[in-house]
Ligand binder design. Structure first.
Ligand code: NAP
Length: 277
């Protein structure tokens, strides 16, 4: 789709709406990736730990969409953060997908091995053409800055939980300062936005759905969002966000929903701490 929004980060074009595949069994992942690409999505998110990389690759091939028109992200699991293990997994992921990914992320920060070893290995994976670009996931601001300081290559995104019930102000500012980007996981707060009265009011006034309003709120901030669904009609609903714009007032009303206990998936290593806002 020519009219979907994308970001340019370090010279790379990343479609701002992607399709997430966490918790999709291989059969669903293959079917939904193919359908999402037929609908118009041009960005697919997977991870080694999702155990569906091979199915995602099959879905891409089934879709008939040219590989070079798709942004494909996968992630290095935390058990593979030593140099040799990281390079082995990068090779395994590319083999399972049947494609070199566009982006390879460190899935969660970890105190050991030292970040310097893991970031050096991630750069080595890029230099060996096992990925086109590199980044991180679930890194609080301090670790994000440190990772970029250690990395010769730009970390093109930090993929973190972000939806109307989190502020993320510090991390969004950090991504800007580093010339990076934020990718929002659980962008629909795992479906909870469907019951929100503020989002529901805005959606009703505009003849849209709560999911569409939420995803529009994310992309309009310059954030990348990767919603997941196992249903074709919802994949189409979630993609239909390019022909309307939220007002400043509507954006602010949704930002005001952020709250201290808004986090849904907290698996951060106890050695680290989330930013306060
Ligand atoms: N890096 C990380 O550590 C990390 C962690 C978590 C997730 N992720 C990535 O982010 C992706 C998205 O996150 P997520 O899967 O946790 O959550 P999500 O996309 O916020 O929500 C998915 C849930 O919302 C429902 N849903 C989808 N569209 C909807 C709509 N328009 N209205 C109401 N409900 C809707 C889906 O149900 P149906 O299937 O029934 O439609 C599903 O139960 C993942 O798939 C994965 O790729 C990354």
């Amino acid at each position: 789709m020519s009219d979907q929004l994308s970001l340019t980060v370090d010279g790379l074009t990343i479609p701002q709406l992607g399709f997430g595949t966490w918790q999709l069994e291989p059969e669903d992942a293959r079917r939904m990736v193919a359908e999402a690409l037929r609908i118009g999505y041009r960005h697919i998110d997977t991870a080694w730990i999702y155990k569906n990389e091979a199915a995602v690759g099959d879905g891409i091939r089934d879709s008939g969409v040219a590989r070079e028109d798709i942004w494909l992200t996968t992630k290095i699991w935390t058990a593979h953060f030593e140099r040799d293990a990281l390079l082995r997994q990068a090779e395994e992921s590319a083999a399972s997908l049947g494609f070199t990914p566009d982006l390879l992320l460190l899935h969660w920060p970890k105190a050991k091995p030292a970040m310097s070893e893991t970031i050096a290995a991630l750069n080595e994976a890029k230099n060996q053409n096992l990925t086109r670009s590199i980044g991180v996931s679930n890194f609080p601001s301090g670790q994000f800055r440190e990772a970029q300081r250690l990395s010769p290559a730009r970390l093109v995104t930090n993929q973190v939980e972000y939806h109307p019930y989190l502020s993320l102000k510090t991390l969004r500012d950090t991504a800007d300062a580093l010339g990076s980007s934020i990718t929002a996981w659980s962008p629909l707060a795992q479906g909870k936005i469907a019951d929100d009265t503020v989002i529901g009011d805005i959606a009703q006034a505009r003849g849209r759905t709560a999911g569409q309003v939420t995803l529009r709120w994310l992309v309009q901030q310059g954030v990348i969002a990767i919603p997941r669904t196992a249903r074709i009609e919802r994949a189409a609903e979630n993609f239909a966000i390019w022909d309307f714009e939220l007002s400043d007032d509507e954006m602010a009303r949704i930002h005001a929903l952020a709250r201290a206990d808004g986090r849904l998936g907290d698996w951060l290593d106890k050695d680290f701490q989330w930013d306060q806002d």
